[in-house]
Design a protein around this ligand. Structure first.
Ligand code: RB5
Length: 153
């Protein structure tokens, strides 16, 4: 399942992504917002990410949109278990899956056009985590969430 969330700055792009996912027959849940009216991005990030984390299917992902993709990614990354990547190029969207096992893609509705955004969503959804040495680094990120010291002698 793909969980979608956006503030007003990302609303139009979210609607384009919904059309793309529908065309691709990829199921999604729209967690709002539902219009271009101004709304804060942190509650949307939280609502969307908590639905993702509650999904037992570990292949589920979320896509979050705000004006830049940055604010909503900052908010998402405060949530335990979320690895959100703000991407505006194909290489980053691909490698954040391969190397970072990102579970949330963040996009800027005022940064990327709909065509590029759908390409980014596509590669993000269809690229598997490589594991290996990258798993150790993901584990270190999880340790940071738990307040562990990664630099103890
Ligand atoms: C809203 O105007 C804008 O600040 C927001 O969508 C986002 O770009 C924040 O990072």
């Amino acid at each position: 399942m793909i969980y979608l969330g956006a503030d007003h700055g990302g609303y139009a792009l979210k609607e384009e992504i919904k059309a793309y996912l529908t065309e691709q027959e990829i199921p999604f849940v729209d967690c709002g917002t539902d219009s271009k009216d101004s709304v804060d991005y942190a509650p949307i990030a939280q609502k969307t990410c908590l639905k993702l984390l509650a999904d037992p299917d570990k292949s589920s992902r979320a896509v979050l949109c705000c004006g830049t993709g940055i604010g909503i990614s900052m908010a998402a990354n405060k949530i335990h278990g979320i690895r959100a990547a703000c991407c505006s190029d194909y290489f980053a969207a691909k490698y954040t899956r391969l190397h970072n096992d990102a579970n949330v893609l963040c996009l800027g509705g005022r940064v990327v056009g709909a065509g590029l955004a759908c390409e980014l969503v596509d590669v993000f959804l269809h690229t598997d985590f490589e594991g290996g040495r990258h798993q150790r680094r993901i584990d270190q990120i999880a340790a940071l969430e738990n307040g562990e010291n990664l630099n103890k002698a």
